[in-house]
Every structure is written in C-alpha cells, then in structure tokens.
Ligand binder design. Structure first.
Ligand code: ATP
Ligand code: MG
Length: 427
C-alpha cells in the first residue's frame, strides 16, 4: 500500500494563533535537548469550550493512533490551550502528525524553561547549526503569559546571540528581517519556551470522528477516493461500499477499490474498518432485460444509491458520498443526476461536483490513491456501459424504466444487501 505522500509538507510562514497561558507540564524542563512537536489546529479552536474540549480530545487520540501506525516512538502527548505537544525525539514524529485531519501545521521544536538566558542560549545553538556561511537570518518571536521581557526584546537578544555564535564559528552573519534565507522562531509560553525553524502543513479540517459516519460509493476510479478523503478531512468516518458488477466488471476493478479503501483507512488508523462488496450482477442482468441500452447507467446508479441507503441505515450512518463531478462523464450531467435521484429520499453528497479533473488528480496524487486508480490491464472497467449512454434524461425517465421491471426492486435490494460481503480490516 503506498504511504500517503508528505506533499502537504511545505515551509510556511510563522502564523499567529491563539496561544494560551497555561503551560504543558514538562518534567524535563531544564533539558534543552528534549525535542517536542508543536501541533497547531485551526477551525476547531473556534468552537465553544465544551465542543472544543471534545474535539481536542479526539484529535489527541487520532494523533496517537497515527504515530503508532507509523511506528513513531513518543513519551507523551499533551493538550494545552490552542496547541497539542508531542514529546518525541523521533524524526518521523512531525511528518506523521502532519497527516492527521484537523491539524493545520506542526513544528519539530526544542524546548527550554522560559528564562531569557536559557532561551537565548538555545536560539544561538540552533541558529548556529542551521544558518550557513553567507545566509541571511531573522528571529521571529511571540510570547504569551507574564514575563519580565517583551517578544521584541527576546527576539533582539536571540538575534544578537546567533550573530555572535556565527562569528565565533567563522561564519559571516547577516540579518534580513524582510526576506531572510533562514528564520528562527521562538514561542515563549508561561513556563516553557519553544524554538523551531520549520512548519509542516497539515491537511486542516476537523478530526476524524467528529462529524459522524457516512457511506461512500467507492469505485476503482480516480474520483470517489478523493471525494471520500475530502469528507474525511471534514471529520467524517467512512464506510466504503463497492459495487462488483461481476460478469460486467473488469477483472482488476474490485482489487483496485479495496486497495483504495485501505489507503483511505491509513488516513484514520487505529480503527476496525469495514468495506461492503456488493455483488450486483443479477440486478444488472435483470435490469438490462427491460431497460433500453441508453438508460443502463442511469438505472445502475439508482440501484447503487438505494443499496447505499440500506447500508447507511444498517451502519447508522448519516449520508452517502459519491465522486460525481458535474459533466465529467455521461452519467454526471445535471439532467441525469436529477433523474437518477428522482423520487429517492437520500442524503447524497457530491464533494467533487465543482472540481475540474486536474484538481481531482492533484489531490489523488497527494493522498496516495492515484497510482492504484490508474492501474489498467487493458480491459474496460464496466462492460455494461453502452456506446451512447443517455446524457439528457428527462426527469421521470428512471422512474418510468423501473415501472417496466418484472421483478420487485425492494426484494432485489434486500437480497443484494443480505448477500453483501463485508471485508473487515484493522489498520
Ligand atoms: P470514479 O472515478 O470515482 O470511478 P467515474 O468518473 O468513473 O467515477 P461514474 O462511473 O459516473 O464516474 O461514477 C460516479 C460515482 O458513482 C463514482 O465516483 C462513485 O462514487 C460511484 N460509483 C461508480 N461506480 C461504482 C462502483 N462500481 N462501486 C461503487 N461506487 C461506484
Ligand atoms: Mg472516474
């Protein structure tokens, strides 16, 4: 399984977030070598206190699960107002934490007690290590709590100390506050201070599990894994439902869908997961006996939605996600999408509706599903797709087709769901 790429990682400028005054308890406070990862989060800090507490606790658990999944060693994870701190010397810790939904950015940092001489000496050591001969630098400091110095004063003292240390080591120091080659960030809190040089961008959004659970119609294609990932980023847990068209399906479609599901699960590790594999060859065959070829895709999609609705109820989920993107293929014209859902009362979400294909591909590459989705053995993915599918269905087209069925659609749904293969996976 491809590991999610770290493409969310990029240096970003120092962000002003709402640092609180309460400090984490660092029993090794005097040990300046102790490394820590500062985790920042965004939107959830705007919630009311009770909700924020709950979300922060979920985020903390999710970070722990991600660290364990990536085999990162750590001694503890602590919540502090507006921040989570991971106590770890493992160089993989920051990159792993930056994969967790809800995380806006992370910085691997050194910490020391909030005493000016300790902060200044730590800055000088770190500055000397990271700034090369001839490179310009700047110190950016921020402070919260009660101290005998301001953030400007500590920034100046740190800058002077770095300057002197560079000189001592034979490097030519140069300050550029506007566009420096290197930046040293200092974050002073009440008892502890943190010094770091880089921020790795996280995916943002909400922690997985804060927005309930939804069923996702997951195919082997490029789009639906991206749609699922975007909803996961907003805090949704997913239950993938894959339709195996059996005699009408290409031979590698199922394995691609299952592999994509596993990649998606790796973004929310530490849980028992389920994939529903729905075998709908019988429905396809019976439906095609009564439906004109033009409408096959319409009727297939309608059946998928109904089955997804049944799985949604079974799983106590609250929505159905698809990878539909307006106009992308025949089945996704506005007219078809309306006809496909006419008379159905289902909470369908199409997060990619307004995305261009290239935008979808870019995300698929970042999240690790693209290479699986484009795998091909030369076969068609669905042999039932007609040469000229309906692109402008009238509103009631699908309903009129269903009236021609010589089988009970409700019984077919029940039977198909009962025969579903539930693949259980622990990631
Ligand atoms: P994708 O690239 O996600 O496969 P697509 O571009 O091939 O989508 P359609 O075949 O029209 O487009 O499917 C639209 C959506 O319907 C998909 O994004 C997916 O959510 C759902 N879907 C299509 N085929 C399947 C399938 N075999 N199993 C589950 N869901 C499917
Ligand atoms: Mg596609």
């Amino acid at each position: 399984m491809p590991a999610p790429s770290s493409d969310f990682s990029s240096n970003e400028s120092f962000e002003k977030t709402n640092a609180g005054n309460a400090d984490v308890d660092n029993t090794d406070a005097d040990n300046a070598d102790k490394t820590i990862v500062i985790v920042r989060y965004g939107e959830l800090s705007l919630k009311s206190k009770g909700v924020r507490d709950r979300y922060e606790q979920i985020l903390k658990n999710n970070i722990q699960q991600m660290l364990e999944y990536h085999g990162v060693s750590f001694s503890k994870i602590q919540r502090d107002f507006g921040r989570i701190f991971i106590h770890s010397k493992d160089p993989k810790a920051a990159a792993a934490a930056a994969l967790v939904f809800g995380v806006v950015s992370v910085s691997p940092a050194y910490s020391c007690v909030s005493e000016p001489d300790k902060i200044v000496s730590l800055c000088a050591d770190i500055g000397e290590k990271m700034i090369q001969d001839g490179e310009t630098f700047a110190v950016r400091a921020r402070r919260s709590g009660n101290h005998s110095f301001t953030s400007n004063e500590i920034a100046k003292q740190c800058g002077d100390a770095i300057w002197n240390k560079l000189l001592e080591s034979g490097k030519a120091p140069a300050v550029d506050l506007t566009n420096p080659d290197k930046e040293v960030f200092v974050e002073v809190r009440q008892k502890q201070s943190y010094v770091y040089s880089e921020s790795i961008k996280g995916p943002g959004g909400f922690p997985t599990g804060t927005q309930g659970k939804m069923v996702v119609l997951l195919s082997g294609g490029i789009d639906s894994p991206v749609a699922a990932w975007l909803m996961m980023k907003r805090g949704v847990e997913i239950v993938p439902v894959f339709f195996d068209n059996e005699q009408y399906a290409g031979s590698i479609v199922a394995e691609k869908a299952i592999e994509n599901a596993k990649v998606l699960f790796s973004w929310m590790p530490g849980r028992k997961q389920k994939i529903y594999r729905i075998r709908n060859g019988e429905y396809m065959e019976k439906m095609m006996q009564t439906t004109g070829t033009k409408n096959i895709c319409l009727m297939c999609k309608r059946f998928m939605f109904r089955i997804a609705g049944a799985v949604m109820e079974k799983e106590k989920a609250s929505g159905i996600i698809t990878g539909s993107s307006l106009g992308q293929v025949a089945s996704q014209t506005a007219e078809n999408m309306l006809s496909e859902t006419y008379g159905l009362c289902l909470p369908l979400y199409h997060p990619l509706l307004a995305f261009d294909k290239q935008e979808i591909v870019d995300i698929a590459q970042k999240i690790g599903t693209f290479e699986i989705s484009i795998r091909s053995n030369g076969e068609k993915e669905c042999l039932a797709v007609p040469e000229k599918p309906e692109v402008k269905a009238v509103l009631t087209a699908a309903v009129s087709e269903e009236e021609k069925f010589i089988f009970s659609i409700d019984e077919m749904i029940q039977k198909t769901v009962e025969n579903a293969e539930i693949i259980e996976i622990k990631i």
